[in-house]
Design a protein around this ligand. Structure first.
Ligand code: SF4
Length: 512
């Protein structure tokens, strides 16, 4: 084992790390040079509260080198393997605008607006799709209409006006939208994460995306070839692997997304699965455990509470062992203070309805009639934000599957309408209601034990990627206070516990 006390400097540690994850010496040199420049540019920000975040980031990076080096290795890979424009936009657009400077921008805005606007908006520019995947919720929506280009432009301008520079495109297949690349080009100050089946990205398009630099394709996979083709159609897997090759060669930052269900969680939560896509060049990933939404939700597809815990453990293991940025949507509640609907995200359907998140398929307002400012100021959005977090245990963040009474209550109170026929089955169908009530109770038992375990230091802290171990009662103090008030438990008095714990001195970097 290597330790700082043995006189190993940060540069030597970075080189060791980089070589461990397969970078050549030339790639390590390129990465360290780029990262040094990037940090200088982040430190030079003129936003008043940003320096605090940068300092926290820098000190977190130091801690990560010791505690969690694979995240640093991931940063090295991004810096070594992405194209010039992609890396430049990753730092200038994403890290600077959407992470470092965002706090000060949005805090100022909150004084004026009376609420904090979301950090990202998801948009469905089209519900058309070239595939016919089994069970896809896209078919719940109108298949004919695309969103008008001028509506998309209006949304993007209004989003930027609210300090939002991170937009997620989903669908349908976004790359079927005729002017999609024009949109990316017209807004170089926005980072676009695009969920795609990868069938419409050839070598030429991959090169254009690299030149634009602000697009992160996120490719849906079901597992390996058999599972992907079984659900998505023959030949889909071969094409998406080919696309990954084009994106990797062009230096585009791309990732994967997968939907764990009762039937595939063992496979998806395996090192082999992740290694396979790391080998294809994927640098980040999303796990979206199956949610019983859509026209005919299948509750039997939901991963069991035990499988959800299995995935959580595996996600923590991956963060310690793989140079990859994995987000496990429901299990990562502790990293973001619980549910993000209406507060940190919003979702706009192709016909303009603004949902609090992708899976809460109810709305009261439409962008054809109202501005985003007004919509985020609506009773529905306020009602959701005002109830968050629903519980101090952030492993149970969701009002759909963990606290189903909350969804029923806010929808009824605000008169929210389903955004397509049948979307309200999640609150009206007695069979689904009973299932979710049972599921939430069963999972609560597991989550309470886990929350009190060492992983979260008895429900007090969490390992935040890059920032290091963080005290929840410090970073989310008002949130934690509200969470305890929601469930009528006292606010613990032992804040500061994390800072007082003994510091680790040994690194997990192994010298081969
Ligand atoms: S309601 Fe559930 S699915 Fe939607 S953001 Fe909150 S936790 Fe996620």
């Amino acid at each position: 084992m290597l330790s700082m006390e043995q006189g190993t400097g940060p540069m030597e540690m970075l080189t060791t790390l980089g070589r461990q994850v397969g970078l050549t010496q030339a790639e390590v040199d390129r990465a360290t040079e780029r990262l040094t420049g990037a940090f200088s540019s982040l430190m030079a920000t003129d936003k008043p509260s940003a320096s605090f975040d940068v300092n926290r980031l820098v000190s977190g990076l130091g801690k990560n080198l010791l505690d969690n080096p694979m995240l640093v290795a991931w940063g090295l890979k991004v810096a070594a393997r992405t194209g010039d424009e992609v890396f430049s936009k990753f730092i200038g657009n994403f890290l600077k605008r959407s992470v470092v400077e965002r706090k000060s921008v949005v805090d100022n805005m909150a004084d004026e607006l009376g609420y904090h606007p979301p950090s990202t908006i998801l948009i469905n520019p089209t519900m058309r799709c070239n595939l016919r995947c089994k069970g896809c919720y896209a078919y719940s929506f109108d298949q004919k209409a695309d969103m008008d280009r001028d509506v998309i432009e209006r949304i993007l301008l209004q989003a930027k006006d609210l300090g939002i520079h991170f937009i997620t495109m989903t669908g349908g297949e976004p790359f079927l939208y005729p002017e999609i690349e024009d949109i990316f080009q017209s807004h170089p100050d926005i980072t676009f994460m695009v969920y795609t089946n990868a069938q419409r990205i050839d070598a030429a398009r991959a090169q254009r995306l690299a030149k634009l630099g602000n697009v992160w394709p996120t490719i849906s996979v079901e597992g390996y070839e058999t599972e992907t083709d079984e659900r998505r159609g023959k030949g889909v897997y071969a094409k998406l692997i080919e696309t990954m090759g084009h994106l990797k060669d062009a230096g585009v930052l791309f990732g994967i997304s997968a939907v764990p269900t009762r039937h595939n969680t063992d496979m998806l939560a395996s090192d082999e699965f992740l290694d396979h896509y790391i080998d294809q060049g994927a640098l980040f990933g999303w796990m979206f455990t199956y949610m019983p939404v859509g026209k005919d939700p299948d509750i039997d597809l939901m991963a069991t509470p035990a499988q959800r815990e299995q995935l959580r453990r595996q996600s923590l293991h991956w963060r310690q062992s793989k140079p990859f940025f994995m987000s496990d949507f429901w299990n990562d509640g502790p990293l973001c203070g619980g549910c993000m609907s209406a507060s940190r995200i919003a979702f706009i359907t192709t016909d303009g309805w603004v949902q609090p998140c992708v899976f809460v398929q109810f709305a009261t307002h439409n962008v054809h009639e109202h501005s985003l400012r007004d919509i985020f100021d609506s009773e529905f959005f306020h009602a959701i934000r005002g109830r968050q977090p629903y519980h101090p245990n952030f492993l149970r963040p969701c009002k759909i599957i963990d606290h189903p009474h909350v969804l029923r209550e806010v929808v009824e109170k605000c008169g929210a309408r389903p955004t397509y026929p049948g979307a309200d089955s999640i609150i009206k169908d007695q069979h689904i209601r009973d299932h979710l009530d049972n599921y939430s109770q069963e999972y609560a038992e597991i989550a309470e034990k886990t929350w009190n375990s060492e992983d979260y230091e008895g429900g007090h802290s969490v390992q935040v990627p890059f920032y290091g171990r963080s005290d929840l009662y410090k970073i989310y103090e008002p949130y934690m206070r509200r969470a305890h008030a929601q469930v009528g438990t006292p606010m613990p008095s032992c804040s500061g516990k994390v800072e007082n714990r003994p510091k680790k001195t040994e690194s997990r970097i192994k010298i081969q």
